[in-house]
Design a protein around this ligand. Structure first.
Ligand SMILES: [Zn+2]
Length: 313
């Protein structure tokens, strides 16, 4: 047993940093004072975020939000989370080896709408620090080495173009070769129309690779987060051995207005939410983000138990 004391080591006194300069006007990097009476006035903008749930609208302290996996502490609303934050919340520290980080899209159709596709790609690459809408790699969740693909909605609406399809396919094929389970965490507006048919072809390609992975009797867990729709939902996101979703996630193929116009039917309340789909059997479980890692490890243990037993014999 370790004899290390868990006692905090004297941070109840002010941190031993250089005392603030008396020339206050020049100390640009001075931290805002918290806990003082004038606290409200001194809080700079951007430290608080309003919960977008209309029934809640609580002002949440950003630090509290970050510590709570970006879940509203008042109502449980799941805020959007970047792919890097998501990976960080799941894998063991330093265990993630990213695959193909530098593949970028080619503007094969020379597509120009309001802005050219090329200009859009450059703008999103700059604003997100990503090359495209998915990060893939191999990492460890607890004791399980797993192929992990995580989409990022902030890159062109998480749309699936040839880079998303190619990176996922390479990851799936590597997982099949190395006999690893796969977890893909989706969030997407669908296929990337700037790439026309090249983006639609990714649906078949990813599913084809997953079929070989399934034939090798390896598990694939698909995690649907808000929102997962259209071409992504109609391909790899919906073919998991287990399909789980985050609470309140919007999941579907076409938007409700299109369905209503096409079918001329009144849509039931809660249509296209994770909760509705759980009730109707399309997904297997709803897992809050702060329990996601534990639950994925539990599922991985369950799904790989037979394989581990066979390997031990
Ligand atoms: Zn809230």
């Amino acid at each position: 047993m370790s004899s290390t004391s868990k006692k905090s080591i004297g941070f109840d006194v002010e941190a031993a940093v250089t005392p603030p300069s008396t020339q206050t006007e020049t100390s640009l990097v001075k931290k805002p004072k918290l806990g003082a009476k004038s606290r409200k006035k001194e809080i700079p903008e951007g430290l608080w975020t309003k919960c977008p749930n209309p029934k809640c609208e609580a002002m949440v302290y950003d630090k509290e939000l970050d510590e709570n996996f970006k879940i509203c502490p008042k109502c449980g609303h799941h805020f959007a989370i970047t792919a890097r934050e998501r990976i960080h919340s799941l894998v063991e520290t330093c265990s993630f080896e990213e695959m193909d980080p530098d593949i970028t899209s080619v503007d094969i159709l020379q597509f120009t709408g309001v802005a050219s596709y090329k200009a859009k790609l450059e703008a999103y690459q700059k604003s997100t620090g990503l090359k495209d809408a998915v990060i893939t790699g191999i990492g460890k969740l607890g004791g399980f080495r797993t192929a992990l693909g995580v989409m990022d909605f902030s890159f062109l609406g998480g749309s699936m173009g040839s880079v998303v399809g190619e990176k996922l396919t390479r990851m799936i094929e590597t997982a099949t070769e190395r006999a690893l389970p796969i977890i893909i965490i989706s969030t997407s507006g669908g296929a990337r129309m700037y790439e026309g048919m090249f983006s639609l072809m990714q649906m078949a390609k990813t599913c084809g690779a997953l079929a070989y992975h399934a034939r090798a009797k390896l598990p694939y867990i698909s995690v649907l987060t808000h929102p997962t729709t259209a071409g992504v939902m109609a391909s790899y996101a919906s073919v998991g051995d287990l399909i789980i979703a985050e609470p309140g996630a919007m999941i579907g193929f076409a938007g409700p207005r299109v369905i209503k116009d096409t079918t001329q039917a009144e849509l039931p309340p809660g249509f296209q939410t994770a909760e509705f789909l759980l009730e109707h059997g399309l997904i297997d479980a709803i897992v809050p983000r702060n329990e996601m890692k534990e639950r994925l490890m539990y599922y991985l243990e369950f799904l790989t138990a037979g394989r581990q037993q066979a390997a031990g014999q």
